[in-house]
Design a protein around this ligand. Sequence first.
Ligand code: FAD
Length: 374
Amino acid sequence: MTINYQVVMDILTSQLGSDAVSNDPVRRFAWSTDASYFRIVPEIVVHADTVEQVKITLNVARAHNVPVTFRAAGTSLSGQAIGEGILLILGHDGFRTIDISEDKSSIALGAAVIGSDANAALKPFNKKIGPDPATLASAQIGGMVANNASGMCCGTAQNSYQTIKSAKLMLVDGTELDTGCPHSKAAFSQSHAMLLAALTDLAELTQNNPTLAARIRKKFSIKNTTGYSINSLVDFTDPFDIINHLIVGSEGTLAFVNEITYHTVEEAQFKASAMAVFFNMEDAASAIPLIKGDSVAAAELLDWASIKSVTGKTGMPEWLSELPEGAAILLIESRANDSQTLDSYTSDVIEKIAHIKTERPIEFSKDPAVFGQY
Ligand SMILES: Cc1cc2nc3c(=O)[nH]c(=O)nc-3n(C[C@H](O)[C@H](O)[C@H](O)COP(=O)(O)OP(=O)(O)OC[C@H]3O[C@@H](n4cnc5c(N)ncnc54)[C@H](O)[C@@H]3O)c2cc1C
């Protein structure tokens, strides 16, 4: 079926208004990249600020067989925030609600809320959201959930999959589902009984196949954000729990995410970081199993190639240029809720690897400016 994009454009403009829709070549070109290598020029760009606008867009797209790609902050690295057909961009004003529960154990976030804004709202309560991609200051909740983004500290323990409480979603047929609302779930059970039954069957089938279930568990015990979170099929039996978790990592292919409620996680009040510089990769790698445990919240290994790639760049320590070829760095972060415990953690780390020769003494810094630089 050939798509007549001018017709689609006209219908969308009449229903959404000309401010929200554009097929201007310059705008289309401007929205044709994300943080990946790829360029795909959309035919139509829609800015949506409300669920109603998303519903209208999906209805028109469905009627005219037009593909739709959702886009939040567009920091994706594999081209998943660009697409042909309609590019639906979370608007400038909409999907920005932040609602913290009374006991601070959860936070409901509109899909366009920037990760660091959510954390700023939680900071007075020593809480934060789990996911911590390096792009936290730009990435938006819809994109973070749909990519199952995670960073240096959250790993697989506090990513969206582990910390999602409920989601407000819109399926491609326009149906809205709030997995945290009993009324919404009851209505969905009536309207989508077959879908729920199929999910239940799929989970049962997967769980009854020990080889497959074990393989999925093993794959998802490490960071694995390629493809759907099919671990939901071994972790849950309730189809609404499965939907909740399948959305995580679905890259906009299963539903539009309107709002996500996360369980909040504790934000340690005291932190210290050290850059342990080893003469070679083998020594750096041998330190890792020794320091693993409560004393270390996160560690990142930099090989010689990565050290060379940043040496001399703005903001980098000057001493990087003096390192011998083949050096390796272990960036270590310790966290605690009181200063004494933090000191005991950092001493513990230094003691455990004291026998390994390092290029410079290992020193932890509690200075936010220093560990921010690290
Ligand atoms: C320098 C750099 C560092 C990065 N570091 C990390 C890192 O440490 N960890 C990590 O995991 N990633 C990292 N990324 C990748 C990326 O920043 C994250 O995955 C981020 O969470 C994406 O969020 P976004 O708002 O930019 O989403 P986008 O890129 O806009 O979209 C991401 C996906 O979500 C879908 N989507 C967006 N909104 C919705 C919605 N409302 N409903 C349904 N689907 C939706 C899109 O279609 C797309 O498939 C990095 C990227 C860069 C450029």
